[in-house]
Write a protein that binds this ligand. Structure first.
Ligand SMILES: NC(=O)c1ccc[n+]([C@@H]2O[C@H](COP(=O)([O-])OP(=O)(O)OC[C@H]3O[C@@H](n4cnc5c(N)ncnc54)[C@H](OP(=O)(O)O)[C@@H]3O)[C@@H](O)[C@H]2O)c1
Ligand SMILES: [Zn+2]
Length: 375
């Protein structure tokens, strides 16, 4: 069917924004007139023109009486460089019909834009097919729940160790797997680690060596006692990409001032028995407009999110190595006595990266009672 072919093309175009568009959704649009594609566009980056506007600009006068195929419901707020919304720009261009892949779960849209296009006299065909929701799993989750989509990523040996007992972890996996990890950072738009990882590895956590300019990434550290070193790469680059530290409300004021003077944002966090409240942290990140967060470990941090039932997606890169029981475990203690109580996942994808194998999984159950696995 021709409609499916054009929708598939729009989906492919949207895919081009996967590593640059966070915290916004991936969107692709195709304009077709008399069986000929006259304009194409995709959303590249938050703050830039939307896919529809770009496709209309390419089509120019050929948009008159044409059909637009777009993966996600168009927006109804000022979005393009001339201060128009897509629901204004589309009718003005002369487009007669719009085929929409899925409603946008953003409460400002969610059917309203479709109504506006109809009111402007356009024919609208709404498909609501799961493939368009699946393409934007991060966006759909964050719009419905108000928190970022949590993707836990770990690199482990075959026996589930992420570092030697003295903390050496460079490197568990090979270059190809590490390159993929940079893509996952760019896709999420935020990266979170525990303070031990900052101390042991001194990571930058900024996506590098990507074929296109990646999304701007926010770096987040769980650090109840403010042990993050001022001289760490993270703190020293706080002016380049935001750094947020979630800490205990009662931490040392002097250290706090020093970190803040380096450009780090410190957020006092409710806690019990020294454990920071991860739900509060996710709410706070959601309030800051962050749509996805890649949890990069270490094992203690991973434990907290798994135990809390807060993980939306899990990717483990297994290196064909063994470290033995003294190595640092991939997940800290879950205090389980019965196999039946183990958190369960279903495998979505298995992929090889050089010598390493990546397994991508979705949890069978998460806290909100809403499993984001479509189709
Ligand atoms: N292979 C990999 O994928 C990978 C990835 C990352 C790290 N690593 C390695 O893993 C090691 C570090 O792992 P780790 O398990 O020791 O530590 P970690 O998870 O990096 O950091 C743990 C610390 O972060 C704070 N923290 C984390 N979650 C918290 C929560 N819910 N509430 C309060 N505080 C929280 C605590 O700080 P306080 O102690 O101050 O209370 C805790 O001790 C390093 O050697 C690193 O090289 C490997
Ligand atoms: Zn728009």
């Amino acid at each position: 069917m021709l409609r499916d072919r054009y929708m598939e093309r729009a989906r492919e175009l949207a895919e081009r924004g996967r590593y640059s568009v966070a915290p916004n959704p991936l969107v692709g649009a195709v304009v077709v007139r008399d069986g000929e594609v006259v304009g194409e566009g995709w959303h590249v980056r938050a703050g830039r023109d939307h896919a529809e506007t770009i496709a209309l600009q390419k089509a120019g006068a050929a948009a008159r009486d044409a059909t637009m195929y777009v993966t996600l419901e168009p927006c109804n707020y000022r979005s393009n460089s001339s201060g128009e919304s897509c629901t204004e720009a589309i009718p003005r261009s002369g487009i007669r019909k719009v085929v929409v892949g899925h409603l946008d779960p953003n409460p400002k849209m969610n059917g309203r834009s479709i109504g506006m296009l109809k009111e402007a006299g356009l024919e609208v065909e709404l498909l609501n097919s799961p493939e368009f929701e699946r393409q934007n799993e991060q966006w759909f989750w964050t719009q419905r729940v108000g928190r970022p989509f949590v993707h836990l990523k770990l690199a482990a040996t075959l026996d589930g160790r992420i570092a030697t007992a003295n903390g050496d972890s460079k490197w568990v996996t090979g270059e190809e797997a590490r390159r993929k990890a940079h893509l996952l950072r760019a896709e999420a738009g935020a990266v979170l680690v525990g303070v031990n990882t900052v101390i042991a590895d001194d990571p930058l956590l900024i996506p590098r060596d990507l074929p296109q300019e990646p999304s701007r990434v926010t770096r987040v550290v769980l650090d109840p006692q403010l042990r993050t070193p001022i001289e760490s790469h993270l703190v020293q680059t706080a002016g380049e990409a935001a750094v947020l530290i979630f800490t205990n409300a009662t931490t040392d004021k002097d250290r706090r001032r020093k970190l803040e003077a380096s450009g780090v944002e410190i957020i006092a966090t409710p806690n019990s028995a020294g454990r920071l409240d991860l739900s509060f942290i996710l709410d706070e990140l959601g309030r800051k407009g962050i749509s996805g967060v890649l949890i990069e470990g270490g094992g203690e941090t991973a434990r907290g999110f798994v135990r809390g039932g807060l993980v939306n997606k899990l990717t483990i890169f297994y290196a064909p190595k063994l470290l033995g029981s003294e190595g640092i475990p991939m997940i800290g203690s879950l205090s389980l006595e019965k196999m039946a109580d183990a958190p369960r996942f279903s495998v979505s994808n298995v992929e090889r990266f050089g010598e390493d194998v990546a397994i991508t999984l979705y949890p069978s159950k998460i806290k909100e009672g809403y499993v984001h696995r479509v189709g």
